[in-house]
Design a protein around this ligand. Structure first.
Ligand code: 1CP
Length: 347
């Protein structure tokens, strides 16, 4: 990693080193809240965009130009690697990922061959190279779907509120489900390794739907696989963030997977997360994504409250989940300014 990359606010905050002011970026900062995104998206299927390096690079850069965030997140989706190995998946507008032939039995394991990023998804490394050249000193975050969350899409075949089919398979056929998770971990590792090689300076593993599991089930069925995933990217030397929604009950267990930082959703106060997790892990989050919808006074009040409750060291400001599509982009620009102003004063 270059000297410049070492020095970014994001990387230092994720390593719990002192920073002049807190870094801020937003999950789903690229996307439907931006008119310039909607204009480019017009008519282009999402996964096709992910295969077009210039478009992908442009959409990744849009929120950095507009809001002055301290990091870009690479524009792609957690199901892109599945498409890369030949799974028939489509991202339906207003729905999310839909799998043509959901994963149902042992025979389906054969469809989950290893990912070879250079051959299967060369567009991603190319887009990352374009983005990092344009970003200059602003770091780029790469990402992957965690095994359980990807498994839930494969088994359910589409977005699901409580992952009932996936959780049933986990209980009824634990060996098969474990094999599925192991293959998905291999795919995530291959994808993340190639993203880092192409230039991303931090990675986030999204286990968005892990919160539907009890702690005991998470520990038994998912944690060992996620632990292996994080261990197999440790040598890359970039900070690793681990995130789930509605998973306050799993916080300690998920932290045991071995990331450098935990993404916290808005339901758990950051001071509570710090108390439960200790000083050894950085925290990212966690403004309620509806706060930017509620007007400038609420935005300032809630941001000040959150920062007063957040640890001084090892905190990256973010929302507690993705930007809601109806968010006024002006409020996000405002929020970036607020976080910079408030945290600069304190240092
Ligand atoms: O314009 C459109 O209609 C497409 C909407 C869209 C976008 C912009 C989808 C469909 N994915 C994305 C991009 C995306 N997905 C990014 C890009 C970078 C950024 O954050 O700006 C990232 C990091 C993701 C990751 C992702 N995809 C997650 C994990 C994060 C999270 O929100 O919890 C998940 C669960 C998905 C699946 C997915 N893809 C798209 C949707 C609508 C969904 C969620 C569906 C569901 O509710 O299950």
């Amino acid at each position: 990693m270059s000297q410049a990359a070492e020095a970014t606010l994001l990387v230092r905050a994720l390593r719990r080193e002192p920073v002049e002011r807190k870094p801020v970026w937003f999950m789903r900062q690229a996307g439907r809240s931006l008119p310039e995104y909607r204009e480019l998206r017009e008519g282009a299927p999402m996964l096709e965009m992910c295969r077009t390096p210039d478009l992908c690079a442009e959409v990744t850069l849009q929120p950095v130009r507009r809001h002055g965030v301290d990091a870009a997140i690479f524009f792609s989706d957690i199901v892109t690697p599945l498409e890369g190995i030949g799974i028939d998946v489509e991202i339906q507008s207003g729905v999310g990922p839909v799998i043509a032939e959901p994963f149902r039995s042992e025979a389906d394991l054969a469809r989950l061959r290893p990912l070879e990023p250079d051959a299967d998804l060369p567009e991603i490394a190319e887009a990352i190279r374009i983005v990092t050249a344009e970003l200059g000193d602003t770091p780029l975050i790469g990402f992957a779907g965690a095994p359980f969350t990807l498994a839930s899409y494969l088994v359910e075949g589409r977005p699901s509120k409580s992952q009932e089919m996936a959780r049933t398979m986990l209980l009824e056929e634990p060996g098969l489900f474990r094999n599925l998770l192991e293959r998905l971990a291999d795919i995530a590792v291959a994808s993340l390794r190639s993203q880092v090689e192409a230039g991303v300076q931090a990675v986030q593993v999204f286990d968005s739907w892990a919160g539907s599991l009890s702690e005991a089930t998470y520990r038994e069925a998912v944690l060992p696989v996620s632990q292996r995933l994080f261990a197999e990217i440790e040598d890359l030397g970039v900070p690793r963030i681990h995130f789930a929604v509605n998973a306050g009950h799993l916080m300690e267990a998920m932290a045991e997977a071995g990331s450098d930082a935990m993404g916290v959703d808005w339901r758990t106060p950051l001071s509570e997360a710090r108390r439960r997790l200790g000083e050894g892990v950085a925290l990212q989050g966690n403004l309620d994504p509806t706060v930017p919808l509620a007007g400038p006074e609420v935005l300032e009040r809630e941001t000040r409250n959150l920062l007063a409750d957040a640890p001084e060291r090892g905190h990256v400001f973010n929302l507690g989940h993705g930007v809601l599509p109806s968010t006024d982009p002006g409020m996000l620009t405002e929020l970036v300014g607020l976080v910079h102003e408030i945290t600069e004063k304190r240092n």
